[in-house]
Design a protein around this ligand. Structure first.
Ligand SMILES: [Zn+2]
Ligand SMILES: [Zn+2]
Length: 268
C-alpha cells in the first residue's frame, strides 16, 4: 500500500498539500483560492470533486484562504482543532454542521483505513497541529511546517515517517539584514515562529536517523530565503553526517512540485 502526496503550493503566500492513500484523497490546508488549488489538483491528475476532506493545520490565512469556498463547492468535510475552528470560523463563512469535524492534538483517527494523527506544534496560533498519515502496512507521510523550534514533541510525532514535508522558512542572516520590522523579525525567530534553514537541517538529521528517505523542504519565506540556500543547508548537514540514499528537494511556492510516492519499504 502506498501513499501519494503533492505539495500544490508551499510558502508564506499560501500552502496546500494533496495526499492520497487507502482510497482516500485529502487536502492538508487550502491556503490559496479554491480556483487555484483546484487548478493544481487537476494539473497532477486529481479531480477536485474526489477530495474527501481538508485537514487544517491552523487558522493563519496562508493555510485557510480557500478552505470555506472549496469545502462548500466540493461538499467536503473540514477537520481542525476546536480552538482553530473558533479562530477561523468567521473567515471561512458557513460550513454545514455535518462537515465540521473536530480533531484533538495527539489523538489519531481513521478515514477509511487511512490513519491520521494530528500532533501539536509550537506556533503562534490558537492550537496548531501538524499531521502524520499512515497506511495499515506502515507507509507514513508527515507534514511539519509553521513550527517555532526543534523540540522532541513534534519531532517524535514525525519520526518514523519515510517522507516528510519539513519547514525551512528563513536564512537567519537574510532575516537579520532584511527589511522586516523588528517585531516581525522577533516573531519569526521566536520559539513560536518558524524554523530556520539551520533548524530544518537539525530536524532533517534526526528524521533521517529515524528512517526518512524523502524530505521536501517547504514553507520558504519569499523575503528571507532562497531555495538553493535552504537545500544546501540541509544537504550539507546530511553529507557531513554521511547520510546516503536520502532525496531532498524544495517545494515550489507557486504551483505543484510533482507527485511523490511513499511506501513502507522505503524505511527498510
Ligand atoms: Zn504558514
Ligand atoms: Zn502560521
Amino acid at each position: 500500500m502506498t501513499l501519494r502526496f503533492s505539495p500544490l503550493f508551499s510558502g508564506s503566500s499560501g500552502n496546500a498539500v494533496y495526499v492520497s492513500g487507502c482510497d482516500m484523497q485529502l487536502l492538508i490546508d487550502c491556503g490559496m483560492s479554491c480556483a487555484r488549488v483546484a487548478g493544481e489538483l487537476r494539473a497532477v491528475g486529481v479531480s477536485p470533486e474526489d477530495i474527501g476532506g481538508i485537514l487544517v493545520t491552523h487558522e493563519h490565512i496562508d493555510h485557510i484562504r480557500g478552505v470555506g469556498v472549496f469545502a462548500r463547492k466540493y461538499r467536503c468535510p473540514v477537520y481542525a482543532t476546536e480552538e482553530t475552528w473558533a479562530a477561523m470560523e468567521e473567515k471561512l463563512g458557513a460550513i454545514p454542521p455535518e462537515n465540521r469535524r473536530m480533531v484533538r492534538p495527539g489523538e489519531d483517527f481513521f478515514l477509511g483505513q487511512l490513519n491520521v494523527t494530528p500532533f501539536p506544534t509550537p506556533h503562534d496560533a490558537a492550537c496548531s497541529v501538524g499531521y502524520v498519515l499512515s497506511t495499515p502496512d506502515g507507509a507514513r507521510f508527515g507534514l511539519a511546517t509553521d513550527i517555532g523550534c526543534v523540540r522532541s514533541g513534534w519531532l517524535d510525532a514525525v519520526r518514523g515517517c519515510a517522507a516528510v514535508l519539513l519547514e525551512s522558512n528563513y536564512d537567519p542572516g537574510m532575516l537579520q539584514a532584511g527589511r522586516y520590522p523588528y517585531d516581525l523579525k522577533r516573531r519569526i525567530q521566536s520559539r513560536k515562529g518558524h524554523l530556520s534553514n539551520d533548524d530544518a537541517a537539525e530536524a532533517a538529521l534526526a528524521l533521517v536517523h529515524a528512517g526518512a528517505r524523502q524530505l521536501v523542504l517547504g514553507h520558504l519565506s519569499k523575503e528571507n530565503n532562497f531555495p538553493e540556500l535552504a537545500l544546501q543547508c540541509t544537504m550539507s548537514a546530511l553529507e557531513r553526517d554521511g547520510a546516503a540514499g536520502v532525496q531532498v528537494c524544495v517545494a515550489r511556492r507557486d504551483g505543484n512540485s510533482g507527485v511523490f510516492t511513499v511506501s513502507a519499504e522505503m524505511l527498510e
